[in-house]
Design a binder for this molecule. Structure first.
Ligand code: FES
Length: 193
């Protein structure tokens, strides 16, 4: 039998209002937990954190992580351990577009450092920082599994590969002009530029 959230608990309105997860997200979380045998549902913490992050403007606050822990009936530290280990989870507020530039060997050898320096100069931010308008965060990350098309970066669910400085410029311009006022997350599978 699949794991239940809080036994037979239904998500109540008070909890929803506190954190502002949508009902659709809460139902998806419940469905994920049900995939696992009784008592093993904490294996679903990674996909659940992806949902939680998308529900909270692209980052995981302490309150959101605590909320996830309460939904899953696990200890907050068990959520934090996972959230703090993987670079795809953000523990502080981020911009709407997180430009995750791969800094591992293939990408670095193929010019990722130039890409990073160019973005820093163009957006007037350093690695890990967010532009004043809240649009872009620059983040260098480890290998994203696209080594054959280095250098590359990820934004939301999209990979941008074989980067050149010109490509980076047009990419940033395109994200700016889209102006959708929404956060690009790795759950945004249909986001293509
Ligand atoms: S080294 Fe950059 S994607 Fe693997």
């Amino acid at each position: 039998m699949g794991a239940q959230i809080h036994g037979t608990q239904k998500f109540n309105k008070e909890e929803r209002n506190k954190i502002h997860f949508t009902m659709a997200a809460l139902e998806e979380i419940q469905a994920i937990m049900k995939r696992y045998p009784e008592g093993k549902h904490k294996s679903g913490v990674i996909p659940i954190l992806h949902i939680a992050q998308a529900e909270n403007n692209g980052w995981l606050s302490a309150e959101v992580m605590d909320y996830v822990a309460s939904l899953m009936k696990i200890e907050p530290i068990e959520v934090f351990e996972v959230a703090s280990f993987y670079s795809m989870f953000n523990l502080k507020p981020v911009g709407k577009c997180i430009l995750e530039v791969c800094r591992t060997s293939s990408c670095w050898l193929m010019g990722a450092e130039d890409v990073v320096r160019h973005i820093e100069k163009k957006l007037n931010i350093k690695d890990g920082e967010t532009t004043k308008d809240g649009m872009f965060t620059l983040k260098t990350v480890e290998c994203l599994g696209s080594c054959g098309t280095a250098p590359m970066l990820q934004c939301g669910a999209s990979y941008h590969e074989n980067l050149t400085i010109e490509k980076v410029d047009s990419l940033i311009d395109k994200y700016k002009s889209e102006g959708k006022g929404r956060y690009y997350t790795d759950r945004d599978y249909h986001n293509t530029l």
